[in-house]
Ligand binder design. Structure first.
Ligand SMILES: *[C@@H]1O[C@H](CO)[C@@H](O)[C@H](O)[C@H]1NC(C)=O
Length: 326
């Protein structure tokens, strides 16, 4: 019976052919260095040297014990971010960015994502400083677009988030001259309030831009944020996990169990729970989260005849020719 789990593990270790550029999973224990450059800052002028307990980004657990990349910043400190793909974002591309996180605090001006410009973002250059961002204003998280240096960051979409809740975002950025952005929230494609459509025309890229993840500003409070996945690729399928695009997407706040066994994730068909990845169980022939039903396989429940444990439902074992609990 355990053989199936071993096969599942082997399947998960096989190389995946994909255009994926970054695939970070805290649950897998991936090194955060794959995200690029760590960017910690105390005060604006960088005059304070932080106690390492006060400002850090490191692998740990969220308050529920789930593995997460923990971003920690005490009150008055300004930045704990990862600055991804330095110098690597190119023109005329479409980047898919998936980002799964929860926040320990929400504060005015707190920014949790930036597509930040690093060239020409001054009066002479005319570039927007932060063309695209996710920032809290008046208690809501806003997807913002800034068009050019003198433009303001304008909200295109907003929603209310809660602390202690896992959310998934998918941010799609086309960096061509007639560029655009699209947004997924908890697995669902969003309509922008401004354009009235799921696509926002945007000047996203004018030389050098990089995505940043973590916490910036909102320094009136200390903050902890917990990041589970960051995926960046050139196709929507590259961000399935981090953007919550699985079969159970759009259901809201419950984090999906992470799934390392393709074809055996939530919603896949199954005969028993050994067909299902990780903690998923087989309920009525479908891999599902939650606890296993006591017996879902008529003729193979406790007391049924068996030759070995594959003849018995779920965690039942074959003892002396009949299915029994282990
Ligand atoms: C980016 O968008 C433009 C249209 O605005 C389109 O012509 C182009 O193919 C897109 N690029 C990629 C790589 O998808």
């Amino acid at each position: 019976m355990k053989l199936c789990k071993v096969l599942g593990l082997l399947a998960s270790l096989q190389p995946v052919i994909s255009e994926s550029i970054i695939d970070f999973s805290a649950a897998r224990g991936d090194s955060p260095s794959m995200l690029g450059t760590e960017n910690l800052q105390t005060d604006r002028d960088k005059t304070i040297t932080a106690d390492p307990d006060d400002l850090f980004i490191k692998l740990g657990n969220d308050p529920d014990g789930t593995p997460a990349l923990h971003f920690h910043r005490i009150k008055d400190y300004i930045r704990a971010e990862y600055h991804a793909l330095p110098g690597k974002i190119e023109a005329d591309q479409t980047y898919y960015i998936g980002y799964k996180f929860q926040l320990g605090a929400i504060e005015q001006d707190l920014m949790v994502f930036q597509f930040k410009a690093y060239s020409g973002n001054d009066e002479d250059g005319g570039n927007a400083n932060i063309p695209l961002s996710l920032e809290f204003k008046s208690g809501k998280l806003n997807f913002q677009y800034q068009n050019g240096y003198s433009g303001k960051r304008e909200s295109q979409w907003s929603t209310t988030l809660s602390t202690g809740t896992v959310y998934t975002f998918g941010i799609v950025i086309n960096t061509s001259d007639s560029g655009w952005a699209e947004l997924y929230f908890n697995g669902d494609k969003q309509t922008f309030a401004t354009s009235g459509s799921t696509r926002l025309s945007a000047n996203t890229f004018l030389g050098r831009n990089e995505p940043k993840f973590g916490v910036y500003r909102g320094e009136d409070v200390g903050i902890d944020s917990y990041v589970y996945n960051i995926q960046i690729g050139t196709e929507l399928s590259d961000i399935t996990e981090a953007a919550g695009l699985g079969s159970d997407s759009g259901s809201g706040s419950d984090p999906e169990p992470s799934c390392a066994w393709d074809g055996h994730c939530e919603g896949a068909t199954c005969s028993d729970e050994n067909d299902c990845s990780g903690e998923l169980v087989c309920k009525s022939g479908i891999c599902s989260s939650g606890s296993a039903p006591s017996c879902d396989w008529p003729g193979h429940c406790a007391g049924a005849d068996c030759n070995d444990e594959n003849d018995c439902f779920g965690s039942l074992a074959c003892k002396d020719g009949s299915c029994a609990s282990e």
